[in-house]
Design a binder for this molecule. Structure first.
Ligand code: ZN
Length: 122
């Protein structure tokens, strides 16, 4: 159940940012999640909901964008998308690959309300 600890991380980061920026309300969090992390979106949403209950992030919408896994072949230097089960260069069949995207998670943007009704995007 690693979604729970990921949700906890997101919660802590956003809450800290909200405090620092004196944010009144966070409408939504846009999240990019690499496919290699094998996150189950529903499970992440559920965990976040559980954690944020009773806090200023209670009604915050979590939007999850899945990022495809991309790799660069160290042999022929080409870049391509990899499916999760089969790590091989489609051009030269090398397995000496460097993963360049799709293996981590980050917060892309927050939609928040600051003093009054100003909406702003970060
Ligand atoms: Zn190659």
């Amino acid at each position: 159940m690693h979604e729970f600890s990921l949700a906890m991380d997101i919660f802590n980061i956003v809450l800290e940012t909200a405090k620092k920026e004196k944010v009144k309300k966070v409408y939504s969090i846009k999240l990019e999640v690499g496919k290699l992390m094998a996150v189950i979106p529903d499970s992440l949403l559920f965990s976040f909901e559980t954690i944020s209950r009773g806090t200023i992030l209670e009604d915050t919408k979590l939007e999850i964008d899945e990022v495809p896994v991309k790799a660069r072949c160290k042999n022929c230097k080409r870049e391509f998308e990899v499916n999760e089960l089969f790590f091989m260069c489609p051009y030269c069949k090398s397995t000496d690959l460097k993963i360049i995207s799709g293996r981590d998670m980050f917060i892309k943007s927050l939609e928040v309300e600051k003093n009054g009704s100003d909406k702003l995007k970060t």
